[in-house]
Design a protein around this ligand. Structure first.
Ligand SMILES: C[S@@+](CC[C@H](N)C(=O)[O-])C[C@H]1O[C@@H](n2cnc3c(N)ncnc32)[C@H](O)[C@@H]1O
Length: 202
């Protein structure tokens, strides 16, 4: 499988917009989920570990799963994460993990997965009973967030009601949304809100 993030990975963390977004999503996760020192967490689409860095100090362990080797190479170079973060370079949708987690979090990866219903089912299967999910992505947008020729973009953000309906259908409860951040693209006038959806597996 082609690594669509090979070029971007080179300076992923050098971009203020991405760092600010991850920090805002991290704050939103902490405000919505009670993090504890015994928690085992999955970061789906962890990339270079920007969200892992926000959450790792407060939990026992994070499994960082991503299909991009180049993004994960950047993560593996972060000394501060070595003690807590296990890296898995695997498509956990086609090759599911046998592990179960207290929390599954994800930042800006949902729109890269074509079949959202299937993804939700896979994530649910990787949650312990009573576990939580915290997924951040773009609210529905008009397709201008990514360049027209960008590869691997399957959704122009998400309608919150549609996503909540999918979560309900999958059996999740306590589904709620907050606005975690608003991305202001430098060269464009408009801003793109980013939600954090949380939910519980009973
Ligand atoms: C926009 S980046 C976000 C990275 C990171 N979460 C952050 O906020 O900086 C999306 C990430 O999702 C990963 N990704 C895309 N499809 C994936 C899949 N099926 N499984 C795991 N990771 C995936 C990409 O490789 C990329 O690292």
């Amino acid at each position: 499988m082609a690594d669509l993030f090979k070029e971007k990975s080179e300076d992923w963390d050098g971009n203020d917009r991405r760092r600010n977004l991850a920090a805002a999503i991290g704050r939103a996760v902490k405000s919505q989920i009670t993090l504890t020192a015994d928690m085992e967490v999955l970061d789906f689409g962890a990339g270079t570990g920007l969200l892992c860095s926000q959450i790792a100090p407060e939990v026992k362990k994070i499994v960082a799963a991503d299909i991009s080797e180049s993004m994960l190479e950047k993560l593996s170079a972060k000394e501060a994460l070595k003690a807590k973060v296990e890296i898995i370079n695997q498509d956990i949708i086609t090759h599911p993990l046998a592990m179960k987690f207290d929390l599954i979090m994800s930042a800006m990866t949902l729109h890269h997965v074509e079949d959202t219903d299937h993804l939700i089912a896979v994530l649910k299967a990787n949650l312990k009973p009573g576990g939580h999910i915290a997924l951040a992505d773009l609210d529905a947008e008009d397709g201008t967030f990514h360049p027209k020729d960008a590869e691997g973009i399957f959704h122009h953000g998400f309608d919150r009601d549609d996503l909540a309906a999918k979560m309900t259908q999958a059996g999740f409860t306590n589904i709620s949304f907050v606005t975690a951040h608003s991305i202001q693209q430098d060269e464009r006038a408009r801003a793109y809100p980013v939600f954090l959806m949380t939910a519980k597996r009973d």
